[in-house]
Design a protein around this ligand. Structure first.
Ligand code: FE2
Length: 273
């Protein structure tokens, strides 16, 4: 059930969408991205180009990615987004994400959104001593896209950091834990406590907005400021009926410049590879 509504826009209201993402909630539900009889991928691509620049999302340099779960018969997926399990609140690499739903799951798959600002304020009230741990950040694991389990540990990246254009958040706990494992340097008790408290508030239903996308709806979010999560879902066994989304990664000049420590987000594949 939807607790709070998402701001809603028609796809041609670009000024409204831009201002909602930059200065408002940081996310929006968009209708009418796909016009009848047109190819959904082409329509979504045009919508993305009207808002900003399409960014490559993988080593194959794809700018339009299909999200369908074929994990029962396909190769491994080290990023987790093509499997039906629950995804905890996290950020993706780029400045903005657009998800267009072509077909929802049989059950479940609700998206949950939470603002990084509200998580930080809640931590400040609960245990402000843990904030510097998150502001200092953690080494981040970057998986190799072709070899299961392989990858490398990158420099320390702040989880929460302020910049000239506002706060920026980068968070994906499995890669923080994996980096510590690869380095053979377990996270300290204080680090684990900071991450646990972050997760606690990121999962607090009182701070989240929830929505289950129906066919034709697109969700767009400012990935600097908003974390996203997805509930577990159950698909139909038939391939042709499975949950099917299309995803874009976007950057745009109208977004504020990220803080220096998060500047790699503007060209995420270059930062990852
Ligand atoms: Fe994601």
């Amino acid at each position: 059930m939807e607790r709070l509504g998402l701001p809603r826009y028609a796809a041609d209201d670009l000024p409204g969408i831009r201002s909602e993402l930059r200065d408002g909630a940081g996310f929006a539900l968009v209708r009418d991205v796909v016009s009848h009889s047109a190819d959904a991928g082409d329509c979504l691509t045009r919508f993305g180009q009207a808002l900003g620049r399409l960014l490559p999302q993988n080593a194959k340099q794809e700018v339009l990615v299909e999200i369908v779960d074929f994990s029962d018969e396909d190769e491994f997926d080290d990023r987790g987004y093509r499997s039906p399990g629950e995804l905890n609140p996290h950020t993706d690499p780029p400045p903005m994400i657009v998800l267009l739903c072509l077909r929802p799951a049989r059950h479940g798959g609700t998206n949950r959104l939470v603002s990084a600002d509200s998580i930080r304020e809640a931590i400040r009230k609960e245990n402000a001593d843990l904030l510097p741990v998150l502001e200092e950040g953690f080494a981040f694991f970057m998986p190799d896209e072709t070899t299961p389990g392989a990858g490398r540990s990158r420099d320390v990246i702040p989880v929460l950091i302020d910049g000239p254009g506002g706060m920026s958040c980068i968070y994906y706990r499995p890669f923080i834990e994996r980096a510590a494992e690869v380095a053979g340097a377990p996270l300290s008790g204080k680090s684990v406590a900071a991450l646990d408290l972050f997760d606690h508030f990121a999962n607090d239903p009182g701070l989240q907005v929830q929505h289950t996308l129906v066919a034709g709806e697109a969700l767009i979010l400012n990935n600097y400021r908003v974390l996203h999560a997805r509930d577990e879902y159950e698909d139909w066994p038939e391939k042709a009926k499975r949950r099917h989304l299309l995803r874009l990664w976007l950057d745009a000049d109208w977004l504020p410049e990220p803080p220096q420590a998060h500047a790699g987000r503007r060209n995420p594949m270059a930062a990852l590879l």
